[in-house]
Ligand binder design. Structure first.
Ligand code: ZN
Length: 305
């Protein structure tokens, strides 16, 4: 759905026509493991834990999709949504929060997700403002490091990873079903990574977060990425290696005294452009520029003696 691309990853305020398009979008359900499903649509991927103790939803796309998301959940398990966990604050992952809160879900997220959702958010990069979320859509239970939910015969570990995609990222690991939902610290081939520096994100945090995900995941772990299809540890490993490699190439360019335009022109992402979509919201150039902007003040060009 390329026409959503401009605000796909932030869920910024959108024109009425786009709202209409969203309302007509479909939600597709995929079974991931016993008691775990994934819901796919135009926004961020959704995880669902279901069973004898009730439904736990992880992320909820856009407000206009709330009825379809609830219908998709109901088709898996007729119980209401008992808990909603947000992996981060972006609107393509939290848009339906008010609808879920009004339907009785207890919303759980990192402290900074509640902070960012509580006020209007201005993005210079997107030249757009996201309105504050109404009270019904705000997390009522927040955590600094993590929290574990014990239900549906499983333990869902919610793990905070600092300053990666944003400053409020959480990953969810089903220890029994062996499923890991990463949020936007991992895109599976959908587009180059989005580092939202205006929300506290950083390339070094993305590298650390994907390393943490690699620590958690084993060879048989099924991974629900923030965007893109279900993944395996091998996909995550390739993604992590790509982050490390592109960062090193940009850092080398900065140390050699190259300008941002020169570093972009050197195409540090060239080796990955066939494997990761280049026509999304985050182009290879934008990804490289973001890394350059972060590293430039930290790295001085090598002095000639
Ligand atoms: Zn995001």
């Amino acid at each position: 759905m390329r026409r959503f691309a401009a605000w796909l990853l932030l869920g910024m305020s959108m024109p009425a026509a786009a709202q209409q398009d969203l309302a007509s979008a479909e939600i597709r359900t995929e079974q991931v493991a016993p008691g775990v499903a994934a819901l796919f649509g135009p926004g961020g991927n959704i995880g669902l834990s279901y069973g004898e103790d009730g439904n736990v939803l992880i992320d909820d796309q856009f407000a206009p999709l709330a009825p379809k998301i609830l219908a998709a959940v109901k088709a898996v398990d007729p119980d209401p949504v008992r808990f909603l966990i947000n992996t981060h604050w972006h609107g393509d992952h939290t848009g339906a929060n008010p609808a879920m809160g009004e339907a009785g879900a207890v919303i759980v997220a990192h402290d900074n997700v509640r902070k960012r959702l509580s006020t209007d958010a201005v993005s210079q990069m997107m030249k757009s403002t996201t309105k504050a979320t109404p009270k019904s859509g705000l997390p009522v239970m927040t955590f600094a490091q993590g929290v574990t939910l014990h239900l549906n015969g499983d333990d869902l570990q919610v793990v905070h990873v600092p300053n990666a995609h944003t400053d409020g990222d959480a990953m969810i690991y089903w220890t029994r079903a062996n499923v890991l939902q990463t949020g936007d610290v991992f895109f599976n081939k959908a587009t180059f990574p989005f580092i939202d520096r205006e929300s506290g994100g950083s390339i070094d945090g993305m590298i650390a977060a994907s390393a943490r995900a690699l620590d958690i995941a084993g060879p048989a772990t099924r991974i629900i990425p923030g965007h893109g299809p279900l993944a395996a540890r091998e996909d995550l490993r390739a993604y992590h290696a790509m982050l490390v490699d592109v960062r090193a190439k940009v850092a080398a360019g900065i140390r050699a005294g190259r300008t941002k335009a020169q570093v972009v022109a050197s195409r540090p992402t060239a080796a990955y452009e066939g494997k990761i979509a280049t026509n999304g919201f985050i182009t290879p150039a934008r990804f490289v520029e973001t890394i350059y902007d972060e590293l430039k003040p930290k790295l001085q060009p090598a002095r000639k003696r």
